[in-house]
Design a protein. Structure first.
Length: 319
């Protein structure tokens, strides 16, 4: 399976699950994963829209399906049921030509020593979710939108018992780094040591420009099999509805640029609907590959120099 995917010039992913759930009636505060049981037909509709748009991989509606997130909805006892159902729905929609990835989102907690969640409990919680996804029929596990390397390590360890291929993405939304201060270079260096991970990259964040920059940073860090799943910009409220003010040109430019920078797996995150995925597939089909070498912008260079000077200053004081 993996060899077949990695031989392609690019692999089309799906778009947002949450955006499309809200479009179909989910309200703020509801548990999205509960719809795998309560409204499975609507989850199927979302998956089928992406399959029809040309997605090669669809991701299950299980992002918050770990015991820690489900506890917020008093559903921690239904981890297996909700994840199994989510995997089964996607499996049925995917058919034989489309792959299914089991979505595994962060715990929503901060690991020790900064937070209260122990590493061992995190591993156990992610393992529980991943086993249910495997039993439901997913082809791979999609560990996504993380900000902390230690939590990623726990998720990887928990998922390894399944024997399934693993994909990992982080969200770089704070001055080019994750919320916990991880840079794309640090992420690539970390992942290279995780031999069970076959693809990795970035999702969510602030918008296409930032995602392109992140993919470029991964390229110059030696990244391979890179995943790019960018948001349609920053959402704004307009007459009570959430809108994304991104032009079609920006969407198409994003798809071509990240592909030319080395991204193999390309799709969308928040705000992305089936029509956007269809446009991404069409533009990549007619746009010949042209290798694009990333040029680090001056602001990032200055930031690194300042950071280095600060470390030197601190070290001097300690001495």
């Amino acid at each position: 399976m993996l060899k077949e995917l990695l031989k392609r010039d690019y692999v089309i992913l799906d778009g947002a699950m949450g955006t499309n759930l809200f479009r179909k009636g989910l309200t703020s505060g509801d548990c999205p994963e509960s719809w795998n049981i309560e409204n499975p037909e609507k989850i199927s509709e979302i998956h089928e829209e992406f399959v029809n748009a040309g997605s090669d991989i669809i991701v299950t509606n299980t992002f918050g399906g770990n015991q820690f997130r489900l506890k917020l909805h008093q559903l921690e006892s239904k981890v297996k049921e909700l994840n199994y159902a989510g995997a089964q729905i996607a499996r049925e929609c995917a058919g034989k030509k489309v792959f299914v990835a089991g979505s595994v989102g962060p715990s929503g907690e901060i690991l020790e020593p900064l937070g209260s969640l122990s590493y061992e409990l995190a591993v156990k919680g992610f393992g529980q979710q991943c086993m249910a996804l495997k039993e439901g029929g997913v082809d791979m596990l999609w560990i996504e939108t993380f900000s902390d390397l230690k939590e990623i390590k726990a998720a990887i360890e928990g998922s390894m018992q399944t024997g399934l291929p693993i994909v990992v993405t982080m969200s770089f939304d704070t001055a080019g780094k994750t919320m916990m201060g991880v840079s794309p270079h640090e992420f690539v260096s970390f992942i290279k040591k995780q031999h069970c991970v076959f693809a990795y990259g970035a999702n969510c964040g602030l918008g296409f420009d930032e995602l392109i920059q992140t993919v470029g940073e991964m390229q110059i860090s030696g990244g391979k099999n890179i995943v790019a799943k960018g948001n349609l910009g920053i959402p704004v409220f307009h007459h009570g509805l959430i809108k994304y003010n991104v032009t079609e040109k920006s969407l198409l430019d994003y798809a071509v640029k990240v592909r030319n920078l080395g991204a193999l797996f390309i799709g969308g995150c928040c705000g992305t609907e089936a029509k956007h995925i269809k446009n991404i597939k069409e533009i990549l089909k007619i746009s010949p590959y042209k290798h694009l070498k990333y040029k680090q912008n001056n602001s990032l260079k200055r930031e690194k120099k300042i950071s280095k000077r600060r470390r030197i200053k601190v070290n001097t004081k300690k001495v």
